[in-house]
Design a protein around this ligand. Structure first.
Ligand SMILES: C[S@@+](CC[C@H](N)C(=O)[O-])C[C@H]1O[C@@H](n2cnc3c(N)ncnc32)[C@H](O)[C@@H]1O
Length: 440
């Protein structure tokens, strides 16, 4: 039995792929993301882009006459190549679905002559890994100095499509509760179960629950979600926000706040009693932040539409605690954001490195002496993590991290104190660098 995609979904998918090819859009339009079939195929085709591209190029190059491929035809080819090579769907099913033109039919037939063993002959380890696992060589090169070969492969595989990626995690937001916390949590979980959404609680974080991907759309249409009692996000966001240990009346700055997941967790952890300044540079994202905080009943935040690299011009030695959830390459998030794989290069890395170091510099001026800095990035590259912190060790003292973080990469033969990591293959979260430091 092979899955047959309906005609309407196929049209939307091919248009989305064609826009991706033309560079018009890296993401599927919001309204189409709700169509599970379109979303699934779009994500998986983009996830495997270099691999599919390689097969298509090899095949078209071997044709006797040169073919001119426009983005419309290319979209059909990426879709067919994904179905034939990843899903092992027979070509007759694809022909039945696509009703191809003569030109496309000729290409499809030619595709089936492709052989991986022949195509990879003479390629280096990095090139073969890059093609077989659909990962940029730039990523492999960055991580080869800090990972063993086995861990590199394990990490790459865990960010491709695996059974564990079928889990959806959500948090119960108790800021909306009027009654006892435990009773209300139990009531929500029981009620979701009655609606057919089975879930189980995380072992370390009592507010985090998991359900299967198949229940996601039901969860999103539940009243609990619509009214802000539950919110979908990665467990990593909770573990990171928890590092701040926010308390009543502490003045806390979230320097990169939108869309507001961590801001809302900080508010929940302090029961809305800490004082939060949430900064965001991008106005559209600031509006998303505002909407989310309202929905989740966060009432302790003051929002600022500012460039956080220069807010030290307005505040000095003011904050008890600061969170920098810095803009980064997102190299730890390929499971959820496969499109980011194909943006990885030196230019993108260097842009982020500059922004990160300016933010760290600004945060050191904003913090009170003895204040706490939590700097994190959802990147696996040492440049955006350990190397950034190594540069400021004269100004900060490292603080201990909870046991559930893995040690950081080694710097001069030792993990760097006050820093750690979350890995997709170990923690079942997005990949993160985390650090907790005290201003001297
Ligand atoms: C990794 S995201 C933050 C995610 C957020 N902390 C959360 O948990 O939902 C980084 C954010 O920093 C913002 N940003 C980038 N440059 C900035 C700057 N110079 N000043 C303030 N915010 C900036 C981006 O627009 C983006 O929203």
């Amino acid at each position: 039995m092979f899955y047959i995609i309906d005609l309407k979904s196929l049209e939307i998918l091919l248009k989305g792929l064609s826009d991706f090819i033309d560079g018009k859009s890296r993401l599927l339009k919001e309204k189409h993301r709700k169509n599970a079939t379109v979303f699934h195929y779009y994500q998986e085709i983009v996830r495997n882009w270099n691999k599919l591209n390689f097969i298509i190029n090899k095949t078209t190059r071997s044709l006797k006459t040169k073919v001119d491929l426009d983005s419309h035809l290319k979209a059909h080819l990426y879709y067919s190549t994904y179905r034939i090579f990843q899903e092992k769907v027979p070509i007759r099913i694809i022909i039945q679905e696509l009703k191809p033109s003569d030109k496309l039919l000729e290409l499809l037939k030619k595709l089936t002559s492709f052989s991986w063993s022949r195509a990879l002959e003479g390629k280096s380890f990095n090139e073969s890994l890059s093609l077989e696992e659909a990962i940029p060589t730039f990523f492999i090169e960055r991580l080869t100095p800090v990972f063993s070969k086995e861990f590199l492969i394990e990490t790459i595989k865990s960010m491709n499509y695996t059974p564990t990626s079928l889990d959806v995690s959500f948090r119960i937001n108790d800021l909306r509760f009027k009654n006892d916390r435990n009773t209300t949590c139990k009531f929500i979980i029981d009620d979701l179960r009655k609606e057919g959404i089975k879930s189980h609680q995380d072992k370390e974080v009592p507010f985090i629950y998991y359900t299967k991907n198949e229940f996601k759309s039901k969860l999103l249409s539940s009243e609990w979600y619509k009214k802000g009692y539950i919110i979908l996000h990665d467990k990593a966001s909770f573990l990171i926000s928890q590092l701040l240990l926010p308390k009543s009346n502490e003045l806390i700055c979230d320097m990169c706040a939108a869309p507001g997941i961590k801001t809302s967790i900080i508010a929940q952890l302090s029961n809305n009693e800490s004082k939060l300044i949430a900064c965001e540079f991008n106005f559209k994202r600031l509006m998303q932040l505002k909407k989310l905080l309202k929905k989740l009943a966060v009432s302790n935040s003051f929002l600022l539409n500012v460039d956080s690299t220069i807010i030290n011009n307005y505040f000095h030695n003011s904050f008890d605690k600061i969170l920098i959830d810095a803009p980064c390459t997102g190299s730890g998030t390929f499971l959820n954001h496969p499109e980011l794989k194909w943006r990885q290069n030196y230019e993108f890395l260097n842009q982020n490195l500059l922004l990160q170091s300016k933010m760290i510099e600004s945060s050191l001026k904003l913090l009170k002496p003895g204040g706490i800095l939590v700097y994190v990035t959802c990147s696996l590259y040492p440049e955006e993590g350990e190397n950034q912190i190594k540069n400021i060790l004269d100004y900060v003292d490292p603080l201990d991290l909870p046991h559930y973080f893995s040690p950081s990469y080694k710097i001069d033969g030792e993990p760097l104190k006050g820093t750690g990591r979350l890995f997709p293959s170990i923690h079942n979260t997005q990949g993160f660098f985390v650090s907790k430091l005290k201003k001297k």
